[in-house]
Design a binder for this molecule. Sequence first.
Ligand SMILES: [Zn+2]
Ligand SMILES: [Zn+2]
Length: 115
Amino acid sequence: MAEEIRKGHCLCGAISYEIKGEVGGVDVCHCRICQRIYGYVGAFVSVKDSFTIFDSEQKLKWYKPSKHTMRGFCSTCGSALFFSRTKDGSKSMSVLVGSIDSLSDVGISANPIHN
Ligand SMILES: [Zn+2]
Ligand SMILES: [Zn+2]
């Protein structure tokens, strides 16, 4: 089976990314932080394998609203792109679903709450 590559980018195109391999289902979160940052809910897919960010103009900024989480966004267009959580020494990465180029096989699967 050929390895699947997904691509995504922010609204202005300054930041793009590639995901190789499997991704998780769509997680929707409406914790208080997601409400503030994304308007009400945030929708994410977790990246399990290889992940590359292309940011030649260094527009990606990270905001750290809580001790173990970071939110990545484009400082030019404001698009929300990434969610990263550090827990028990390991780091997980998710991308905001709306930034993925092809959404045809992505569906909502769960309702977790960040904390
Ligand atoms: Zn942008
Ligand atoms: Zn949340």
